[in-house]
Design a protein around this ligand. Sequence first.
Ligand code: RAM
Length: 331
Amino acid sequence: MKLAKTLAVGVAFAVALMAGAASAKDIKIGLVVKSLGNGFFEAANKGAQEAAKELGGVEVIYTGPTSTTAEGQIEVINSLIAQGVDAIAISANDPDAVIPALKKAKQRGIKVISWDSGVNKDGRILQLNPSSNELIGKMCLTLVKDHLEGGKGDFAILSATTTSTNQNIWIDQMKKQLKDFAGLNLVTTVYGDDLSDKSYREAEGLLKSNPNVKVIVAPTTVGVLAASKVVEDKGLVGKVYVTGLGLPSEMAGAIKSGATKEFAIWNPIDLGYSATQIAYHLVKGDATGKPGTEIEAGRMGKIKVDEKGEAAMADPFIYNASNIDQFSKVF
Ligand code: RAM
């Protein structure tokens, strides 16, 4: 009798323990970024951790390669598969090269989405864009125009890597919409690979070989910062301007020095928050992510998936001397 009772208590205790273990960090989400050490992704991770805390029982594993390569991301994906994550949310360095690794993840029952820099259809359930791609392209050209005297002149693009999905889409959009911006002349596009040093050298080189360039537009937070440093270091403030997509916290100095008058970005914290919410609901099974459906994303409300399997968040916002101090404290 006594033994039976002890056994029963023991079993109950073991069951309670197992239930406890299952509810503690039930769901693991791998948040894969283009590379570590990029302030944009660190801000996105803040949002991701916020979502994890809010949802409860969720662990977000923030990870990525040290350099912006697809090979590095493939290694990271394989390691996440080995760790038994439930979902992977990736900002890809290449829309296709990561697909075989992501398909392997899918075969193991892992829910895969892309966010920020997309993966092509075959490799993910959906792609979360920060904003409308068309609008980002138009915004970049408007920023160039605003920095050119009389709204006319030569400009150049400093991008991230040559295979980066998001930058390539935005550059395409800029080229498509150039016809609506009379007097803007795109001279060249160079690639700094979202590495500070390389971006700096590329910006420096392009100004040397194209002395007529009056504006560098960098649709990357790493590039825009590096190009502003070149303008400051080479005594070009007031002669050449830099603009594009930047983080207020990183670009406050460039606004103060005059290397830029204004630039734009969406909220990276909200982006990481939403990607995590979406991944969570896909794992829970209360959302499919299929075209035409909606997914609950906590404080961001419902996110709608379009016919192409993509969703877009808010419009980009412009930062200048009037609001830089306020926002540089946020991201
Ligand atoms: C860099 C990355 C990221 C992009 C931002 C604007 O941090 O390339 O993918 O969205 O810039």
